[in-house]
Design a protein around this ligand. Sequence first.
Ligand code: PEP
Ligand code: MN
Length: 359
Amino acid sequence: MSSSIQKGGKRPIIIAGPCSAETEDQMIETALQIKESCNIDMLRAGIWKPRTRPDSFEGVGEVGLSWLVNAGKELGIPTTTEVANTKHVEQALKAGVDVLWIGARTTVNPFAVQEIADALKGVKIPVLVKNPVNPDLELWIGAFERLEKSGITELGAIHRGFSVYKHTKYRNVPNWEIPIALHERLPNLPILNDPSHIAGNRDLLPEVSQKAMDLNFDGLIIETHRSPDTAWSDAAQQLTPKSLGVLLDSLVLRSRYSEKLDTEHISVLREKIGDLDDRLFEILMVRMQLSEDIGRFKKEHNITILQPEHWKKLISARLGRTSEYKLSDRFMRQVMDAIHQESIRHQVRVMNNALDTNE
Ligand code: PEP
Ligand code: MN
């Protein structure tokens, strides 16, 4: 049973399985459904779950390891689970899990990554490292360095997106330029994409997965569950093995970038532009929320929405900085006018009570 994830090997590598192992029956049945509907290379399941809030399901713990390993045997493929400390590493190794992964909430913490690296000294096992929840490339690279220093030679990265305060259409914003930069820094490191944790809902999975393929990621790790809506964790983003099969069949695989360097360059630039546009609109969204707060204040204090003097001052301050931004006066004015119009529209809605006061 090969558990190697290599650059230039089979593409895409598909790791799939439930967010969490819940029961023995759920693991075996999920495996049987996978067998029927799709071809995957490795079975995943979370045994210890890092949850945002207490009193959520925190994983079944050690007992689930044999369920995962047995389900992997049923499929004849290797297995992988998340480890966050020495105890997890020891128990996962003892149970015969083939590949370990370090979760996004662990990668942020160099103490925790070092603890895992120390526990793995002298052990030959592939380790996948998810990006840290914050968009910090150096922290991600630091985790690989710690593992390498412990003698781990088979490494892979998982891009699972980055936390933001206000959720956009994604649960975790992709910031594609970060895995692209990781590839520039560590060209031999295989990089998988985790559309499940980026999307946060199953409808977005095809779009994110296809984008990862277009960007030449080496594989995907996707959460699949026999009955996603009743999953004990991450219900909204899981899909049945049958739907996973449909998703995998729909993926269009374009040729590797190395065969078409020009296309690679353009795609990378386009991705960077797309990400900047995403951010521009996220910033505009937050800006409009502030306009609504001002609208509420004006309403409470009986002040009119239009404050022309104030607006004139804002415009001339911006126009005074066009050369600094390398933008034309005309463009600056058009953008500012459009923002002003939209902001008034939000304030009017607040005045008319069209918005919930907590919105
Ligand atoms: C998971 O894969 O189920 C998980 C907890 O992911 P992350 O570390 O990306 O949040
Ligand atoms: Mn999950």
